[in-house]
Design a protein around this ligand. Structure first.
Ligand code: AMP
Length: 642
């Protein structure tokens, strides 16, 4: 291995990561503790499968918790705040160490062993973080499912993950209203073919729970039984699986994005330093949810690995701890906990934009060094508003569940770099980003050409290893979508300007982005098709000022007469929305369901979703000469105008 030159600029740092990846990542690997040193930095003998740090052993929980107990036992580690229940509790690294061991011992007592799956269906409470860390500790694979998902979505994930144990709670809460989970979970287990051996329940006393004898256990009881438990961290091989997390697929079947252990730990440690500029002893506040990748990487693991305190927040950005409206709650927390780095989504900022701007000046925000935003395109007015209000840099970062950490942004921790409004930034170290022509697959080398954003392998540490139990789907979906080339397809359009900054222009597939949540329009269509009155349906994403995009459904009914009866249409619209709520959860509910007698299609019968979308957004529908029935499009135009 040739010695790594000292980087002098981000460009050099980046070049080294691409030209000498082994030297580069061997250096980054020093940021974590190893039980056994690795023998090989990257094994890319079998593309596109990249195996990082082979021969080494480490543990994610050890790096997030145990190694900090020596130096910072009494420092805050996890700060759990719920404006829903008016609770605020700080766990030191010592406390966290104890709670995680109690949870680990409880899971073991329910039969969980290394390699077993544990599905976590939880609201944003500290117990959820204990469960994730406990799994990492004992080498169980956690699969966190977003608490807002309904029984149908949960059941399909149970069947895919086949968990030995499910960890859940009586309820979540939103806007002061409890959202009971237990009956959704019971229904999901009933629907699923696979049955877990046990269910471990956190009882928040928000909703009644019927316990199933022999299967359901209360965490409060097991915790008590294991109050002094000492459970060592399992030495994990570098490439052992740490977790899976689901992203919607274009075919509706959930894709379990699978991550390794060592690569992920190194990637997070490196990103906390180079991208988020986080230092041990400081506080990080990511407002996402543990059900999403941001929650995994930057609520739970990343800040803890860096020895920082992390805030876990349950609640709206506009409600105070006393349950009263308070548009300044987040800023009051920044002041109180001296938050240095904050991570949120543009959609949350757009909500805050409606609040009194004086709230931004009410608190001492001098600890804050930057606000990081990701998950959807950051529009310039939102970026400007919040940047002027906070007086700190607003750092857009583009990534995906699959990548695990930012792919495009600026790495101010390496060398300060200017941001450009509308651009997430430049390729991050380790990512060999390219733009390809959509039809020919040729690489686009000139500035400002629009192409598909792809990556050349090997993908960096922390990137998905594969799709859980489905290597073929991983290769075919992500790596073989461009004929003749083995490249990872992000399925996003992008352009690169003359300075090397990228701009993301939206998805190339049928995925839409509602308030930072990625949803497959086909999944929503499948759910709506399940309604007895529906003959055909098209769902498209339509630009929305607040949420970025919303889903809009156009439905052809089996009995066309209902189209002309406003009372019947209203009733059916409600029923269809309820159906989607039941199958997928309220996040996927269309903003409107409109009824038409035909859908715009090509002569070959292909649904013209992009044409429908253009009409809904008041744009020119482009060339529609291939359309089968122009009257179908006119109906949608009329509906949108009405
Ligand atoms: P998810 O895996 O659910 O986080 O969704 C990833 C997708 O969200 C990406 O493929 C993009 O389409 C979109 N996305 C994420 N971050 C950004 C960003 N900063 N700018 C534009 N789009 C983004």
């Amino acid at each position: 291995m040739s010695p790594a030159p000292t980087p002098v600029s981000y460009a050099d740092f980046y070049r080294q990561s691409i030209d000498q990846p082994d030297a580069f990542w061997a250096e980054q690997a020093k940021l974590i503790d190893w039980f056994k040193p690795f023998e090989r930095v990257c094994n890319y003998d079998n593309p596109p499968f990249a195996r990082w740090f082979e021969g080494g052993q480490t543990n994610l929980c050890h790096n997030a918790v145990d190694r900090h107990v020596k130096e910072r036992a009494n420092q805050a580690a996890l700060i759990a705040i719920s404006t829903e229940t008016g609770t605020e509790k700080t766990y030191t690294f010592n406390d966290l160490h104890r709670e995680v061991q109690r949870m680990a011992a409880s899971l073991k007592s329910l039969g969980v062993q290394k390699g077993d799956r544990v599905l976590i269906y939880m609201p944003m409470v500290a117990d959820a973080a204990f469960a994730m860390l406990a799994c990492a500790r004992i080498g169980a694979i956690h699969c966190v499912v977003f608490g807002g998902f309904a029984s149908g979505s949960l059941a399909s994930r149970i069947d895919d993950a086949t968990p030995k144990v499910i960890v859940s709670a009586d309820a979540g809460s939103r806007g002061g209203k409890p959202t009971p989970y237990k009956h959704l979970l019971d229904e999901a287990i009933r629907l699923a073919k696979h049955k877990p051996d046990a269910v471990l329940l956190s009882d928040r006393q928000l909703a009644p729970m019927d316990l199933v004898a022999g299967r359901d256990h209360l965490w409060s009881e097991l915790r008590q039984q294991h109050i002094d438990a000492q459970v060592p961290c399992e030495p994990m091989n570098s490439t052992d699986i740490s977790y899976t997390i689901y992203t919607s697929g274009t075919t509706g079947k959930p894709k379990g994005v699978q991550r390794d252990t060592a690569g992920y730990t190194v990637a997070l440690a490196a990103s906390m330093q180079h991208i988020f500029g986080g230092r041990a002893g400081e506080t990080f506040f990511a407002t996402s949810d543990i059900g999403w990748v941001v929650g995994h990487s930057y609520i739970v693991y990343g800040p803890l690995i860096a020895g920082m305190a992390t805030i876990m927040y349950e609640g709206l950005p506009t409600q105070g701890l006393d349950g009263q409206p308070d548009g300044g709650i987040w800023w009051s927390l920044v002041e109180k906990y001296k938050v240095t780095g904050m991570f949120s989504a543009p959609t949350a900022v757009r909500v805050l934009k409606k609040q009194d701007p004086a709230l931004l000046k009410k608190y001492d925000l001098s600890s804050l060094r930057a606000l990081y935003l990701a998950g959807e395109p950051l529009d310039a007015p939102t970026a400007r508003w919040i940047s002027e209000g906070l007086n700190v840099p607003i750092i857009d970062n583009y990534w995906q569940t699959e990548t695990g950490w930012p792919l495009l942004t600026v790495a101010n921790g390496v060398a300060p770099m200017a941001s450009k409004f509308g651009s997430p930034g430049v390729p991050m170290y380790g990512y060999n980003v390219k733009l390809l022509h959509e039809n020919t697959g040729e690489e686009l080398t000139q500035p400002n050409e629009k192409g598909v954003v792809v990556l050349d392998g090997p993908t960096p540490p922390g990137f998905m290893q594969t799709i859980w139990k489905d290597d073929a789907r991983f290769v075919n979906t992500y790596w073989k979508s461009i004929p003749g080339k083995l490249v990872y397809n992000t399925f996003d359009w992008g352009i690169r300007d003359e300075d090397g900054y990228y701009f993301i222009l939206g998805r190339t597939d049928d995925v839409i982005n509602v308030a930072g949540h990625r949803l497959g329009t086909r999944e929503i269509e499948e759910s709506i098709s399940g309604h007895a009155a529906v003959a055909e349906v098209a769902v498209v994403g339509v630009a929305d000022n607040l949420k970025g995009q919303v889903a809009m459904a156009f439905v052809v009914l089996k009995d066309a007469r209902a189209v002309n009866d406003p009372a019947v249409s209203l009733q059916l619209e409600r029923e269809i929305m309820k159906q989607v709520d039941g199958d997928l959860g309220a996040v996927a509910r269309p903003a409107r369901v409109r009824f038409v007698t035909a859908l715009p299609k090509t002569r070959s019968g292909k649904l013209l979703r992009r044409v429908i979308q253009a009409v809904c957004e008041g744009r020119d529908a482009g060339d529609v000469t291939s359309m089968d029935d122009p009257g179908a499009l006119q109906q949608i135009k009329d509906l949108m105008a009405s």
